[in-house]
Design a protein around this ligand. Structure first.
Ligand SMILES: Cc1cc2nc3c(=O)[nH]c(=O)nc-3n(C[C@H](O)[C@H](O)[C@H](O)COP(=O)(O)OP(=O)(O)OC[C@H]3O[C@@H](n4cnc5c(N)ncnc54)[C@H](O)[C@@H]3O)c2cc1C
Length: 408
């Protein structure tokens, strides 16, 4: 006798929800319904395309998994189920090849998300995945009865045999992920860590003179150090501080310390390619009538913003002394006074704690209900680790749903 068709509800049409839908759509006798509160799907994935869509990273897996810090062992298992190679094969299967950027990051040819998303949606629609947009999940009642509000009704009910929650974190909330799931899931007894900014900007108390001249200016090829951890890359000066990849990589430690209440110094190396002694030698040549700024520009190829930073953070005596100046160029302390809001962060930390879930990402107290993607309590730096983590957890949860329904 043919078995009954089982109904799966996936809440959240971001990358975690969509990859789960794709995986499950290959299994017979499953009817897959994807719900999202927005009028279109995967808005954050599309915005990620503006930065080239860094889908994954090419480094060896042990180094890759380290990026998930205290969750490294857990993510080693998730990535064994959907690895960076699987990500490459997945994109290729949709007609989009990936290439390796100079930093080892992997991007789609054309550096855009739209062609990939278009092919992905075509595949999902071809596999009969049904989309229900403008459906805002409110709560789940007994017997997997889901309640949504829609533009037509404040209370639309839907019954499912299995549920995947994939509603994202709370950064860039205008794109759909707002963290509105926290209260309903908390009231179901789930242990949830507050969502906080990750891969975010930090605040600096710039002088009016400096910010008037340099707001929006990039600070290229610097090295940034905090507590023996350092990261190289670029930063951008913002009205109230600094943003950019080099800072995102250290954002977890900085956030945790700033949350304790005090300010934190980071150290900028403005010439990471030069030894301090070499700088002293260059700076020791006579400068004649040249101004210090001109001298620094000509001798060390420092950009105006780098020279202005030296003036911003140190007094004239330090700058006039060759040894002290060289030391400052290699180690310029910049005081961070706060964290920028989650609404402008690339991702969020916090969320549904893994202790609520089994190895298949099923909520222990609510069999048949699973969680994936940024809703889960993990964080990773930019570099492709976020999307890779969302895809991998989406795949693990999809396999978990298949196993659960088979056994049910
Ligand atoms: C500017 C920017 C650039 C980025 N670039 C990269 C990058 O290059 N590489 C990388 O790895 N990562 C990048 N990221 C991070 C990455 O996009 C996210 O980590 C990822 O999209 C999270 O996927 P998700 O499926 O968990 O959640 P989301 O993509 O946030 O999707 C969640 C979905 O759930 C829906 N939803 C939420 N609440 C409800 C509700 N109550 N009812 C119904 N639907 C709901 C939302 O509308 C949304 O569509 C970037 C993020 C930003 C903001």
């Amino acid at each position: 006798m043919a078995s009954r068709t089982k109904i799966i509800a996936i809440i959240g049409a971001g990358p975690a929800g969509l990859i789960a839908a794709q995986k499950l759509s290959k299994i017979e006798n499953l009817q897959i319904h994807v719900f999202d509160q927005k009028p279109s799907v995967a808005r954050k994935f599309l915005i990620a395309g503006r930065g080239g869509l860094n889908l994954t990273h090419s480094e060896p897996l042990p180094k890759f998994t380290e990026k998930y810090e205290e969750n490294a062992a857990r993510f080693a298992q998730f990535l064994a189920r959907f690895s960076p190679d699987d990500m490459i094969n997945w994109a290729t299967s949709l007609g989009v090849s990936l290439f390796k950027g100079s930093s080892g990051r992997m991007f789609p040819d054309g550096l855009k998300a739209t062609p990939l998303l278009r092919a992905w949606l075509k595949e999902l629609e071809g596999a009969q995945v049904q989309f229900h947009l403008k459906h805002r999940w409110l709560k789940t009642e007994a017997d997997q009865k889901l309640l949504f509000s829609t533009p037509d009704t404040p209370s639309f009910e839907f019954e499912a045999d299995a549920i995947l929650y994939a509603m994202g974190g709370a950064s860039y909330p205008h794109l759909g992920a707002t963290g509105s799931w926290i209260d309903p899931l908390k009231s179901e007894g789930l242990d949830i860590d507050p969502l906080v900014a990750s891969n975010c900007g930090f605040q600096v108390n710039w002088s009016d003179h400096f910010i008037g001249r340099f707001e929006g200016t990039p600070l290229k090829n610097i090295r940034l150090t905090h507590n023996n951890r350092s990261s190289a890359g670029d930063l951008v000066v913002t009205k109230n501080g600094l943003e950019g990849g080099a800072l995102y990589a250290l954002s977890k430690g900085l956030r945790e310390e700033l949350q304790q209440g005090s300010t934190r110094d980071i150290s900028l190396d403005l010439k990471p390619g030069s030894e301090e002694q070499a700088l002293v030698s260059s700076l020791s040549t006579p400068r004649g009538k040249m101004s210090l700024s001109n001298f620094l520009r000509k001798k060390l190829n420092l950009a105006p913003i780098q020279i202005a930073l030296l003036h911003e953070f140190k007094n004239n005596t330090d700058i006039q002394n060759t040894d002290k100046l060289a030391a400052l160029i290699k180690n310029l302390p910049v005081e961070l006074i706060g964290i920028n809001g989650i609404e402008r962060a690339i991702s969020s930390a916090g969320g549904v704690k893994f202790s609520n879930l089994d190895d298949q990402l099923m909520i222990r107290k609510q069999p048949g209900q699973f969680v994936a993607g940024e809703m889960l309590d993990w964080e990773a730096p930019t570099g492709g680790y976020l999307l890779q983590g969302c895809f991998a957890t989406g795949v693990v949860a999809a396999d978990g749903i298949a196993t659960y329904l088979n056994a049910a």
